[in-house]
Design a binder for this molecule. Structure first.
Ligand code: F1P
Length: 291
């Protein structure tokens, strides 16, 4: 996991190049109503992509957990984008099967030679970002980098921020914290959800995640000294003061939110090691979940 995590600036550069050059026209065009699906980490990247695409005016874009969508495939969309590192996740394959022939599908995956490929009208493969680890790091962040570049964003600063996040100190308070609440707004809600999952998967930590303003509607009641509230992206007015009153440690960095996720991945590694856990063999997890 560590080696893969550390290669993110390189894999982001390559993903940004592919996205900026149009990803071979595989991704849906502006104006299309798009459903984005995935499981686990890939679902959280789907959430971020959906918020970014819709926010950039390219059309209605909704994210669905494939594990819910396979119970009743999304309807009323012009295209389905599936995100799956492995290309073998059962729920993703079932959604692709269910919508086959009714709506164009494009799957963003690691290895191009997977069961998802023949079920998709188009694929965007990121083999340079594929991983052997159970816990995803670079595939997910590279997929989101590809989407951001495809939507017209210049990712040069994000790549620089990722390099900086790889060199930044990991604070003692984060390694020792009893609990983490990760918060985001808009596209960074998906990033916050992914940060919380990463910390659970790799280090068996108690973590939660919320849209930042929603945090004040109840979840802030668990903020306390020895616990961390970590905000990605835009800071809603008054939030820092509210958290300060609880005594929780508030974290809000200026760097690109996806690059700040790289720092959380490192914190997850450090916490796993501090607890004597092997982050490359996480409890009860497999690289791909097949039903
Ligand atoms: C999705 C996923 C991972 C999760 C776990 C099981 O995989 O849910 O996000 O961390 O390893 O698989 P994929 O569809 O992106 O291959």
């Amino acid at each position: 996991m560590e080696q893969e995590l550390r290669s993110q600036p390189e894999t982001w550069r390559e993903a940004a190049r592919i996205g900026a050059s149009g990803a071979d026209g595989a991704l849906p065009e502006a104006g299309a109503r798009v459903a984005v699906i995935g499981c686990g980490t890939s679902w959280f990247m789907a959430q971020s992509y959906a918020a970014l695409r819709e926010g950039s005016g390219q059309g209605v874009t909704d994210a669905f957990a494939a594990s819910e969508a396979f119970l009743g495939a999304p309807r009323g969309y012009d295209a389905v984008v599936a995100i799956t590192r492995s290309g073998t996740t059962t729920e993703v394959l079932r959604v692709l099967e269910a919508v086959r022939g009714t709506v164009p599908t494009v799957t963003v995956l690691g290895d191009p030679d997977t069961p998802a490929t023949p079920l998709s009208d188009r694929t965007v493969a990121l083999p340079f970002a594929d991983e052997r680890s159970v816990v995803q790091t670079r595939f997910a962040t590279s997929a989101l980098t590809l989407f951001r570049a495809h939507l017209g964003e210049d990712l040069a600063a994000a790549v620089r921020d990722a390099e900086e996040a790889l060199a930044a100190p990991v604070a003692r308070e984060w390694v020792d914290a009893e609990q983490f609440s990760f918060l985001g707004t808009g596209w960074t809600v998906g990033v916050a959800n992914e940060a919380a999952l990463k910390m659970r998967e790799a280090s068996q930590s108690w973590t939660e995640s919320y849209p930042a303003m929603e945090y004040r509607h109840g979840p802030i009641s668990i903020a306390a000294p020895g616990r961390v509230t970590w905000l990605f992206g835009r800071a809603p007015e008054g939030l820092a003061d509210d958290v300060a009153r609880t005594g929780a440690h508030f974290v809000h960095h200026a760097r690109d939110p996806l690059a700040d996720l790289v720092l959380v991945q490192r914190v997850a590694l450090e916490r796993a090691r501090a607890k004597g856990l092997d982050p490359d063999n996480p409890r009860s997890l497999t690289r791909s979940v097949m039903l």
